[in-house]
Design a protein around this ligand. Structure first.
Ligand code: NDP
Ligand code: GDR
Length: 374
């Protein structure tokens, strides 16, 4: 008898059929404190799920986007729980999965900033790439691989350099950043575990989606906030990088609904979520300022390009090369036809409404800060 024969296999839990198990509606979300995590939590709670989230220990408050839901938990005991954890800590992930016994896992946790990934390439690879593997293996270690449904936050950054447009589930990948490369590993390991172990695991290839809850270093929120600040005299000029980059921008609330729909299908598949429209950064700038009644006039080229406020003649937007990336993704334009056909998903918020909602929310926030200071 070899040593292999005498070591008993891990005890597998006694489980009902996968279908019965799924009816329990227990979700676990990594990245719950981020933009998408907060909208997804709202959606799942409204659908009667018990929601568990993984949060990182931080010296300062990092649950601002969940505050309204956390307050609410006293009204709905046992419906919402946060667990300390990290995608770099395998033991911790196994422990959380074993405790929570989730029916659906949404892997939204990531170092999600493309520019930062050039500065923190190894960390981004560890968390965004290997972190996905750790979470999948935690599910297997707990014997839940045939029961848990897994959503992976894949991204249009996988397309990177333009090979074809619009980009769909069949467009070849060509990532252009350490972030894109890490997410490429995650995409393939999800597909591999689906094929190798029969896991219900899906990649949502999501194009950019924004909201008033977007992090303030992403370009849309940086612009909406600066436009509000400038209109109230709290900032004089907005400095940006590449104004020519084009993005397919939707609203985060619409996109989390697509994530959930992907996990309610009879079989797991990968889906693109996008609006099917693309707009340059410069257009987001123009529309943001226009929402506040500020008309811009552009002049110059490249690093010398700038926009003045037509009324005051002052430069309010300038280019700062520090925001350029070592390699850029010039154009993203997605084709959501498969999601529309199979999931019945369609974005509800259009580009103009998105800009208006973000700028209006920032204007309100800045005004209330000004009032507090007075
Ligand atoms: P955010 O940057 O707003 O949120 C990222 C979340 O991941 C935060 O909760 C963050 O925690 C958490 N996180 C970061 N590092 C770790 C770690 N080591 N372990 C555990 N959690 C960690 O991103 P979004 O909500 O915008 O995006 C959600 C996911 O979707 C990300 O994976 C992103 O890459 C992907 N994606 C986003 C798109 C978009 O346009 N928004 C498009 C396509 C994909 P903390 O709050 O403590 O920092
Ligand atoms: P992106 O979003 O890189 O597409 O990744 P971001 O808003 O950071 O950049 C979009 C485009 O705007 C250009 N840009 C600037 N970007 C930032 N952040 N700051 C600036 O000052 C600035 N000026 C111009 C960028 O060069 C780029 O071309 C987002 C993230 O949410 C990823 O996690 C996600 O996977 C993808 O969207 C889809």
């Amino acid at each position: 008898m070899s040593i292999v024969d005498v070591v008993p296999p891990f005890a597998k839990p006694e489980l009902p059929s996968a279908e019965e198990y799924h009816k329990r509606k227990v979700a676990l979300i990594s990245g719950i404190t981020g933009q998408d995590g907060s909208y997804l939590t709202e959606l799942l709670l409204s659908q009667g799920y018990q929601v568990h989230g993984i949060i990182r220990r931080s010296s300062s408050f990092n649950t601002g986007r969940l505050h309204h839901l956390y307050e609410d938990q006293h009204e709905r005991p046992n419906k919402f729980k946060l667990h300390y954890g990290d995608l770099s800590d395998s033991t911790n992930l196994v422990y959380i999965i074993a405790q929570v016994q989730p029916t659906e896992v949404y892997n939204l946790g990531a170092q999600s900033h493309v520019k930062v990934s050039f500065e923190m390439a190894e960390y981004t690879g560890d968390v965004d790439g290997l972190g996905t593997l750790r979470l999948l293996d935690a599910i297997r270690t707990c014997g839940l691989e045939k029961h848990v449904r897994f959503y992976q936050a894949s991204t249009s950054e996988l397309y990177g350099k333009v090979v074809e447009t619009p980009q769909s589930e069949t467009t070849p990948f060509y990532p252009r950043s350490p972030y894109g490369c890490a997410k490429l590993y995650a995409f393939w390991i999800v597909k591999n575990y689906r094929e190798a172990y029969g896991m219900y695991a899906c990649n949502g290839i999501l194009f950019n989606h924004e909201s008033p809850r977007r992090g303030r270093t992403f370009v849309t929120r940086k612009i909406s906030r600066a436009a509000a600040d400038i209109s109230l005299g709290k900032q004089s000029c907005l400095y940006l990088g590449n104004l020519d980059a084009q993005r397919d921008w939707g609203h985060a609330r619409d996109y989390v609904e697509g994530m959930w729909l992907m996990l309610q299908q009879p079989t797991p598949e990968d889906f693109v979520l996008a609006t099917g429209e693309t707009h340059p950064v410069r257009e987001f700038v123009n529309k943001s300022f226009a929402t506040l009644g500020i008309e811009l006039k552009w002049s110059g080229q490249g690093v010398n390009e700038e926009a003045i406020d037509v009324k005051t003649g002052k430069a309010v937007v300038k280019v700062d090369p520090q925001y350029f990336r070592p390699a850029e993704v010039d154009l993203l334009l997605g084709n959501p036809a498969k999601a529309e056909r199979i999931l019945g998903w369609k974005r509800k918020v259009d580009f103009d409404s998105l800009v208006k909602e973000m700028v209006t929310a920032d204007l309100k926030a800045v005004k209330s800060l000004v009032e507090d200071q007075n």
